[in-house]
Design a binder for this molecule. Structure first.
Ligand code: ATP
Length: 401
């Protein structure tokens, strides 16, 4: 269990509470296209409102790189949050996030009211954890609550720097839930524990592979990263995505799995095509071949049917499953079959199922399996760093219990 002060441990009645949320939602022409992160933030906000706090919400959105960019304003978030909460969330826009008008608006708040600050990354200091901006944010509040799991792997002003200048710093319910689910899965899993990794490159997940191999019973590797492993086994992988520099690393991991007595499953068959689809959703001709028979001029773009069945079987016997990264180029319907079958297997099991954010979370939600999972992380990068066994600065910065 997370040993950090939480919103249940603090008294916020009449206090100004700065809440760092993760409102980094996808926007298309000013419309929010996926509001999962807003919904995930509601329990903490509702609790603090019910306790009579004066709630000052803040978040980043996209990468404005230290400049006010109107298309990355949090204005649409204030509108949608007001609807979701059934209560006004007053947007207090400022090109510099904190200024005299924002301070005046905060001073004028009554208990239970909510304001939302502008995108914290409008300030160049935010991602550099600059002291001046941290102090400005701290000057607005009496208490700080961090509920932004999605940025917990970064030390920025609005999640880490600010804690140096506020006496009481707690974590919110979302942060607690994320750490409890991921922490239990990795450190205290009900076994068998099956970890499934996919996505593009081995290089992005070196430490995750090594750490999970130690913790799990079965490690399944699919997606683009599988081909470096297959090449490490001496197979011809054609023109598939390969990190040549990581072949030795993959050999080490194969040996490590054997030494630890762990199952390491790689694709036994592969869906291949002549070229990478262009555009990404182009209708392409594919075939399925055994993984050790990929022709030299062909590219592996998804796991094959036999592999999909084998992976699904492994999921069926598991009591805990953690999944990060698609099994193939799932953006193309013809190459999404492997990812869909893994998602389906997770949806059908009674095991604890945890999706590690990013593309796999998007895939699960798009397929309509979202409510069948025990937990879908709101943070891709943060969940990966957690799975690597790293301490997250955004969590470490909160007060201990
Ligand atoms: P995030 O970091 O957002 O959590 P992720 O970990 O889920 O993402 P990435 O490492 O970003 O996954 O990789 C996802 C990308 O990998 C997808 O765009 C997918 O098309 C691509 N991909 C999957 N399989 C292959 C393959 N066989 N060849 C090339 N690209 C692939």
């Amino acid at each position: 269990m997370l040993n950090k002060k939480s919103v249940d441990d603090i008294n916020v009645k009449g206090q100004k509470v700065l809440v760092r949320c993760d409102f980094n939602v996808p926007l298309k022409e000013g419309k929010i296209t996926d509001e999962n992160r807003l919904v995930a933030a509601l329990p903490t906000i509702k609790k603090l409102v019910a306790d009579g706090g004066r709630i000052i919400l803040c978040s980043h959105l996209g990468k404005p790189k230290g400049e006010p960019k109107p298309e990355l304003s949090l204005a649409p978030v204030a509108v949608r949050l007001s609807e979701l909460l059934g209560q006004e969330v007053k947007f207090v826009p400022s090109a510099v996030v904190v200024d005299d008008s924002v301070k005046a608006a905060v001073e004028a708040m009554n208990d239970g009211e909510i304001v939302l600050l502008e995108n914290t990354r409008y300030r160049i200091e935010e991602t550099k954890n600059g002291e001046a901006f941290s102090k400005e944010l701290a000057s607005l509040c009496d208490v700080f609550v961090n509920d932004a799991f999605g940025t917990a792997h970064r030390a920025h002003c609005s999640n880490v720097g600010v804690t140096e200048f506020v006496d009481t710093c707690a974590v919110g319910y979302l942060m607690q839930k994320e750490i409890d689910f991921l922490g239990n899965a990795v450190n205290n899993p009900e076994r068998p524990f099956v970890a499934i990794l996919g996505g593009a490159k081995v290089a992005d997940k070196l430490n995750v592979i090594a750490n999970l191999l130690e913790k799990c019973d079965t490690l399944i590797i699919g997606g683009g990263m599988a081909y470096t492993f297959l090449k490490a086994k001496g197979y011809e992988v054609g023109t598939s995505l390969v990190d040549d520099e990581k072949i030795d690393y993959c050999k080490e991991m194969i040996a490590k799995a054997e030494a630890l007595g762990k199952n390491l499953y790689l694709p036994v068959d592969t869906t291949i095509a002549k070229d990478f689809p262009s555009p990404i959703d182009a209708e392409i001709e594919v075939s399925v071949v055994p993984s050790n028979e990929i022709p030299a001029d062909m590219m592996g773009l998804d796991i094959g049917t036999e592999t999909a069945a084998k992976f699904a079987e492994a999921v069926k016997t598991a009591k805990t499953v953690v999944w990060n990264g698609p099994m193939g180029v799932f953006e193309n319907p013809i190459l999404a079959k492997g990812t869909i079958s893994v998602a389906q297997a997770l949806a059908e099991t009674d095991a604890t199922t945890i999706i590690g954010g990013g593309d796999s979370a998007a895939a699960v939600n798009q397929l309509g399996f979202g409510d069948k999972m025990s937990h879908i992380s709101t943070g891709g990068g943060a969940s990966l760093e957690f799975l690597e066994g790293k301490e997250l600065p955004g969590v470490a910065a909160a007060d201990d219990k």
